[in-house]
Design a protein around this ligand. Structure first.
Ligand code: DOR
Ligand code: ZN
Length: 427
């Protein structure tokens, strides 16, 4: 149904009390006053673009105890996200046309938010990337081992990057170098051990291999979840088509302050020092880092409640990213412009989506928020199947309403659309 929504709209870089008019899922007009039979006035609540999370692991198919498209996308919707991009380290891994089609089918049946599917690149499928590109939003390359990750040999990297580049789709890179990780491999009993075994040297080595092998390619390449000062320094003078992402867990945690329940914070790349953490914040605030991504990687409490060495790496975060960052705005740690660029506009730009901004012609994807309504995060009220959060007790501002393509998806803690509302994007 067509609709106008009136509130404090972020438009052209500032807020104005105005109306957005929506027809067939698109923004058709933004004006001080607009008439419609279907008019919603949200008063002085803010109307902001919905988030785009370019990096989640929804575990479907293969690990239904951790998450699936239904629970993962519910969490995304409650967190103010209109579109997610799922990574290929599921079971089976998403590395062929068949597995891409099967995952797309699953997501189409179950997802509450729009979704894109990434294809994994390994030693076997590098010759078929152009064929795969018709079925995926882009490619994911793991330069080092991680949870159920795919393997690519260093001698195949240049060919893989070249092949992916020719498809014109984006390539995401997990930047930890396998040779370096192997060199430091040891039994781990704590987060400090994990950090030593996956040192910043490994992130640097991986970034170097990308800069050396892929610097003259023309399609976008994205370095996921940057975690170190050294990595950021290396990327300071990067080519224009290389973007860099950061996660809330690398911005909010450091090994100096985490001493309880350490397996729950085991993640790759690891939580590093307060020095690295501060450098990442600086990278955000000086626009050296382009994108916020959750790297939502749920594992169950049982799976995490084991000795440190055996615990799987990964933390959930899709529902808490935007709400945590809205509090950072309030605290003055971050400018709203920067947040909207990093979580809405730039992801839309590099993933070629008609989303990410309140602008005529784009999808009517937006959230309604009351910036005074600060709540404490509690896993009890979150929607991931894993049932826990590393951000327990953190202050957060959750959206009260979420609209995707003009449809009200969330209102007053209820999900209002059917499973399968989410549409495939990026193919
Ligand atoms: O900690 C991580 N967990 N890093 C990854 O790269 C993968 C992820 C997962 O899928 O659990
Ligand atoms: Zn990931």
């Amino acid at each position: 149904m067509d609709l106008t929504v009136e509130g404090k709209i972020y438009h052209n870089g500032s807020f104005e009390q105005a109306c957005v008019s929506i027809k067939q899922g698109k923004i058709v007009s933004i004006k001080k006053t607009l008439k419609s039979d279907n008019h919603l006035n949200v008063g002085t609540n803010l109307i902001l673009p919905a988030g785009i999370d370019s990096h989640v692991h929804f575990r479907d198919p293969g690990f239904p105890q951790k998450e699936d498209f239904s629970t993962g996308s519910t969490a995304a919707a409650f967190g103010g996200i209109s579109c997610i991009f799922d990574m290929p380290n599921t079971q089976p891994q998403t590395i062929s046309t068949r597995t891409l089609m099967e995952k797309t089918q699953l997501a189409s049946q179950k997802s509450y938010v729009d979704f894109g599917i990434f294809a994994g690149v390994n030693d076997e499928n590098i010759g078929r990337l152009s064929e795969l590109s018709s079925y995926c939003a882009g490619f994911k390359i793991f330069l080092g081992n991680s949870t159920h990750s795919l393997h690519i040999s260093p001698q195949n990297l240049k060919v893989a990057l070249g092949e992916a580049d020719r498809t014109k789709k984006i390539t995401l890179v997990h930047a930890e170098d396998e040779h370096c990780l192997k060199k430091h491999e040891d039994r781990e009993q704590s987060l400090v051990d994990h950090l030593r075994c996956r040192s910043t040297e490994c992130e640097e080595a991986a970034i170097r291999s990308i800069l050396q092998n892929g610097h003259d390619f023309s399609s976008p390449l994205h370095i996921c979840h940057l975690s170190s000062y050294d990595g950021l320094e290396l990327l300071r003078r990067r080519p224009k088509n290389i973007s860099v992402g950061v996660t809330p867990h690398h911005l909010f945690f450091d090994v100096q302050t985490l001493n309880k329940n350490q397996t729950f914070y085991k993640v790759n790349p690891p939580i590093r020092s307060s020095f690295d953490r501060e450098a990442l914040w600086k990278g955000v605030n000086t626009h050296q880092i382009d994108i916020l991504e959750s790297d939502h990687a749920p594992h169950t409490t049982e799976e995490k409640t084991v000795d440190f060495d055996s615990a799987p790496s990964g933390v959930p975060g899709v529902e808490t990213l935007y709400p945590l960052m809205l509090v950072s705005i309030k605290k003055g740690q971050l400018a709203l412009d920067t947040l909207l660029s990093m979580f809405c506009e730039t992801p839309a730009q590099i993933l070629h989506l008609p989303k990410g901004k309140l602008e005529i012609g784009r999808d009517a994807d937006f959230i309604v928020v009351d910036m005074k309504n600060i709540q404490k995060i509690s896993a009890e009220h979150l929607h991931s199947k894993c049932g826990w959060t590393p951000f327990e007790g953190f202050p957060a501002i959750f959206p009260s309403m979420v609209f995707i393509r003009g449809e009200k998806v969330i209102d007053d803690h209820q999900i209002l659309v059917k499973q399968g509302f989410g549409k495939s994007v990026g193919v």
